[in-house]
Design a binder for this molecule. Sequence first.
Ligand code: T46
Length: 144
Amino acid sequence: MKDQTKPHQNGLVRLVNLPQIHDPRGDLTFVEGGNHLPFNIARVYYLYNVPVDSERGGHAHKDLEQVVFALSGSFRMTVDDGKTKSEYWLRDPRKGLYISRMIWREMDAFSQGAVCMVLASHPYDEADYYRDYNEFLAAARENA
Ligand code: T46
């Protein structure tokens, strides 16, 4: 299966490739904020013990930028800039999905035992969320 379908071409959502150091003891991947990512990392959080039929996300951020990784297992991310929707299947811990501000995201199709790690540009702030799709759409149109 391909990693992505219908990619956004505008750079607002894109895959980020990280280095992999491979030796007989196993693989090591590292990430440096401001180097591999277009922002400095202010927060790390992870999703785990996710039921396979779980649906997460369903929001956009006013300012937050993030990179989302499947550290283990896989899941689908659907991203939407208010005009175009794209699907990304995350399953490779070396490949993160960069998501800029003002992108609606939904997550589902979690595999058993999937672990999702997110690197974020800002600390948690509920005021930064659009949790209502119509409100997001109106703001996205105003921004365009
Ligand atoms: C995103 C996807 C990929 C905190 O207290 N601190 C945090 O850093 C986060 C991320 C969440 N929370 C609280 C807020 C809610 O009461 O944890 C609860 C669950 O958060 P939420 O429903 O937003 O979780 P997800 O998995 O739907 O979304 C999260 C991020 O919020 C979001 O930015 O892009 O993961």
